[in-house]
Design a protein around this ligand. Sequence first.
Ligand SMILES: Nc1ncnc2c1ncn2[C@@H]1O[C@H](COP(=O)(O)OP(=O)(O)O)[C@@H](O)[C@H]1O
Ligand SMILES: [Mg+2]
Length: 232
Amino acid sequence: MSNPENRVVLECLSLTKEFSEGPEKLEVLRGIDLLVSPSERVAIVGTSGSGKTTLLQLLAGLDYPSQGEVILCGHQLMNVSEQQQGELRNRHLGFVYQFHHLLPEFTALENVAMPLLLRKEVSVRQARIRAEKMLGMVGLSKRARHKPAELSGGERQRVAIARALVAKPDLVLMDEPTGNLDPHTASKIHELMKSLSKKLTTSFIVVTHDMAFARQMDRALRLEDGNLVPVP
Ligand SMILES: Nc1ncnc2c1ncn2[C@@H]1O[C@H](COP(=O)(O)OP(=O)(O)O)[C@@H](O)[C@H]1O
Ligand SMILES: [Mg+2]
């Protein structure tokens, strides 16, 4: 990881989030504490509406908590400018969502190369080479020149995973990455995620409904009544 002196990738302390709906207050998160170590794989399960997406949004600095703080690779995420937040996200985080969010007019290869090009740290040629290698790691070398519309749902999620990992982020946040796939394709993507996580130093937080998969992570937590509790 990019800050080897720091032993914690993500630290979140007493995080609360409430939404006000007119006079009503909806307390979604009620004091979340979470430490994620380098290379650690954490699964989060919980019923629909329990606040999983809300939590990931806060961890990425894409929304503000009502109280509490988030420290990403030693950097406070809350009390900095939006530009600094964007830079921290680019440098340290990758994302995979239930829907792939690939850019339709670009090929798989171009989509995967995009985070590297946005960082402006490598040449276009270098970005292409790294994106090709990453597509190979997700088993899609032969589909590199196809656009998202020409790929299956499982292939699109593979491209999305390659894009999330290509810049070697410290942490990848995944929000139901297989939620939109049939069970067979989902289990193949789970196998891919497990094998990638063993090869890479990236930490993972994966929101999933698949208990069997969750139990194969280093830790499984359930979001329940606004708190994270270990899954026995
Ligand atoms: N921007 C918002 N305004 C008001 N309520 C919201 C907002 N975002 C989420 N919620 C509510 O917060 C709760 C948790 O939502 P969410 O985090 O999407 O749950 P999950 O991802 O676990 O299904 C839900 O009751 C949802 O309706
Ligand atoms: Mg959700």
